[in-house]
Design a protein around this ligand. Structure first.
Ligand code: SF4
Length: 103
């Protein structure tokens, strides 16, 4: 009798408990993958030859990738390079903030 009930339960599909385990595992895997990708998304300063001073007129404050801090005296962030970024810094990924001025 029990065997027959178990067979009919498995024939109906996964139980609620199995669904919950599956959902929890999927949610955990998705979150872990997102966190890992986010951590990998930015390059190390050394990989882009970051320096704390400008290269001619090129510096982070006039770079398209620079994200200024709320307090201008504090270092900001970069969309590409990891860590705190000085407004007067520079790296080889520098891109002009307003390319329309270059023509
Ligand atoms: S890409 Fe380089 S130059 Fe531009 S803000 Fe980031 S660190 Fe500075």
């Amino acid at each position: 009798m029990r065997e027959r009930q178990a067979q009919s339960a498995s024939a109906k599909g996964p139980t609620r408990r199995q669904w919950l385990y599956c959902c929890a595992a999927g949610l955990f895997a998705g979150t872990a993958r997102f966190a890992f990708a986010k951590a990998e998304a930015k390059l190390a300063k050394g990989a882009v030859s970051y320096q704390d001073h400008p290269y001619g007129h090129k510096h982070c404050a006039n770079c398209a990738h620079y994200l200024a801090a709320k307090d201008p005296a504090e270092p900001g962030h970069c969309q590409i390079v990891a860590g705190r970024i000085k407004a007067q810094g520079y790296c080889i990924v520098w891109a002009e903030k307003n390319p329309s001025n270059s023509c």
